[in-house]
Write a protein that binds this ligand. Structure first.
Ligand code: AMP
Length: 189
């Protein structure tokens, strides 16, 4: 059983690493950002609510995100574990996740913190494009600044939270994609 969280600032490479790792381990890649973007695209009430926050670079309220994340890992394909990418992002989200897992006698087994300085991630995001060449609305400069503020204020404290739980391992995320992947695999054993 591997219940994994990829942690790190926007643009650290969490998604890239999580996708590759999930494929290698045969576990679902669970990105709350992807699920929220799908809801926005589908125009559901949840999507409309989420969009306001996402476009401004802020976090979607805990109660919304916790619901979709916990529902997702209740699905059968997550029975042997999961790779979370972009969740949890706040202490209340982490606590809700821990409580749900504990109720099933499960726990987070690994938290991989992708360590990348802020100037490097800001640079990376500025040059990031979707496969069709488009730029994510929240990759525009004002939204990026807001996302970095949200990261520092609300997400960074998770490093201490998971360090205290004894599951945090940091990886140098400034290296090449392949080098980071090798380091991540080593952390997961
Ligand atoms: P991401 O693709 O992970 O960078 O997420 C894109 C955006 O979706 C974030 O900037 C937030 O607005 C929202 N989001 C994704 N995951 C979460 C989460 N766990 N908590 C709150 N908001 C989230």
């Amino acid at each position: 059983m591997k219940n994994v969280i990829m942690l790190g600032p926007p643009g650290a490479g969490k998604g890239t690493q999580a996708v590759r790792l999930a494929r290698a381990l045969g576990l679902p890649h669970v990105s709350t950002g992807d699920m929220l973007r799908a809801a926005v695209k589908a125009g559901t009430p949840l999507g409309r609510e989420a969009k306001r926050h996402m476009d401004a670079g802020g976090l979607v309220p805990d109660e919304v995100v916790i619901g979709i994340a916990l529902d997702r890992i209740a699905e059968p394909d997550a029975g042997q574990g999961f790779i979370f990418d972009g969740f949890p992002r706040t202490i209340p989200q982490a606590e809700a996740l821990d409580a749900r897992l504990a109720a099933q006698e499960r726990r987070i087994t690994h938290v991989v913190n992708l360590d990348v300085p802020e100037d490097v991630v800001v640079e990376r995001i500025a040059s990031r494009r979707a496969p069709d060449g488009s730029v994510r609305d929240d990759d525009k400069p004002d939204a990026v600044r807001a996302r970095m503020r949200a990261y520092r204020a609300q997400t960074e404290p998770l490093e201490g939270y998971y360090a205290r739980a004894g599951v945090l391992r940091s990886v140098d995320g400034t290296k090449s994609m392949d080098e980071v992947y090798e380091a991540v695999k080593k952390v997961l054993g």
